[in-house]
Design a protein around this ligand. Structure first.
Ligand code: NAD
Ligand code: TYD
Length: 359
């Protein structure tokens, strides 16, 4: 039975990955989820799995080398899947230091503890151990012209404190692979959307505001382009890279789904109008007059677009969920989880944790 150490599993992508893995492997694997439960970490995301005998949650900070070292010492970890990070660009512009600490130092601690646990006296590594570092397409900077794409060979050119910290963490993973032949992979993925996404990010923020008749803030001219991928497709790609990818390689993951922010907002409004029943009082609130252009984000990257050619050619992964379907599924999920949204926006999930774990 393989044992996974997942960091940041209480966040958006991490919790979707854990659900995906249990759906796929059921009792064939064991998952230990290590998360510090920052504002972005929410144990409610894992309610469906928390009673499983093959799932354990440990509250710890990835910068705490004693806590992380102890987890490696007490468990025979076969796979690390490293999601834990500060992930929001706007927050990084206001408060860069915590991004450097968690994303850079935290990754260094994870690498060092895994290396110490897996390295043999002759400097080689125990057979079959693997570390996957989850990163972003934002490390490549901004594309100006249509027809240009990010490839694995595109030079790094991060602009925001968030992307600079993720680029630094990627470089550390590369250094471990080059220096020690540390068994790792890096994945650089485009923007994700789907269930459990924290409503500070564009798509859940727009859904949540529109349903309450609140303004829909569009930064700048609304024409910045992102390449959106349904989160379950990302979870699947991570698993495929770890099991079928070549060690030491980087794989770009993307949705083939470039859209301007204003297009995304219009699609959300139209889909909400289609999906809401005529007698639902929220239907009258949702309309395009809510769209409000606001001051642009500082240093706002214009366009991101991934070429996922390598992962398709080597591993056979392709995005499966068309945006039209993915956004309907996401909206349906938010309809069914109004309580989740209320708790997340009120911060009462912290109380849930305290009750759940008696702290
Ligand atoms: P998120 O902000 O929703 O979740 C991050 C999780 O990490 C939270 O559960 C948080 O509590 C935890 N965490 C933060 N600091 C920690 C620390 N010091 N110690 C332990 N845990 C800590 O983020 P997400 O959107 O799920 O992103 C996960 C990963 O995927 C990140 O590394 C991010 O850079 C990367 N990524 C995200 C996207 C995206 O569109 N969201 C796209 C590509 C790559
Ligand atoms: P975001 O979801 O924060 O992801 P990222 O910055 O990592 O790509 O933002 C996606 C795009 O939407 C980005 O171009 C900024 C823009 N945006 C808005 O226009 N309004 C908003 O309220 C937010 C949160 C983002």
């Amino acid at each position: 039975m393989r044992t996974y150490l997942v960091t940041g599993g209480a966040g958006f992508i991490g919790s979707n990955y854990i659900h995906y893995m249990f759906k796929k492997y059921d009792n064939e694997i064991r998952i230990i989820n290590v998360d510090a439960l920052t504002y972005a970490g929410n144990l409610e995301n894992l309610r469906d799995v928390e009673k499983r005998d093959n799932y354990t949650f440990i509250r710890a900070d990835i910068c705490d080398k004693e806590a992380i070292g102890k987890i490696f010492a007490e468990n025979d970890i076969d796979r690390v899947v490293h999601f834990a990070a500060e992930s929001h660009v706007d927050r990084s512009i206001r408060e860069p230091e915590v991004f450097v600490k968690t994303n850079v130092l935290g990754t260094a601690v994870m690498l060092n503890c895994a290396k110490a646990a897996w390295e043999k006296p002759n400097g080689s590594f125990q057979e079959g151990k693997k570390f996957l570092h989850v990163s972003t397409d934002e490390v490549y900077g901004s594309l100006e012209n249509e027809g240009e794409y990010f490839y694995e060979t595109t030079p790094y050119a991060p602009h925001s404190p968030y992307s600079a910290s993720k680029a630094s963490s990627d470089m550390l993973v590369r250094a471990y692979m080059d220096t020690y032949k540390f068994p790792a992979n890096i994945t650089n993925c485009s923007n994700n959307y789907g269930p459990f996404q924290f409503p500070e990010k564009l798509i859940p923020l727009i859904i949540n505001n529109a349903l309450q008749g609140k303004k829909l803030p569009v930064y700048g001219d609304g024409k910045n382009v992102r390449d959106w991928l349904y989160v379950e497709d990302h979870a699947k790609a991570i698993d495929m890279v770890q099991e079928q990818g070549r060690l030491f390689e980087t794989y770009n993951i993307g949705g083939h789904n470039e859209k301007q922010n204003i297009e995304i907002i219009n699609i959300i409004i139209e889909t909400l109008q289609e999906m809401l029943a005529d007698d639902d009082p929220r239907k009258a609130l949702v309309n395009k007059d809510l769209i409000t252009y606001v001051e642009d984000r500082k240093g706002h990257d214009r366009r991101y677009a991934i070429a996922p050619d390598k992962i398709k050619a080597e591993i056979g992964w392709e995005p499966e969920t068309m945006f039209k379907e993915g956004i309907r599924r996401t909206i349906a999920w938010f309809f069914e989880h109004e309580e989740w949204m209320k708790n997340v926006t009120s911060g009462s999930y912290q109380e849930y944790y305290n009750k759940m774990y008696n702290v």
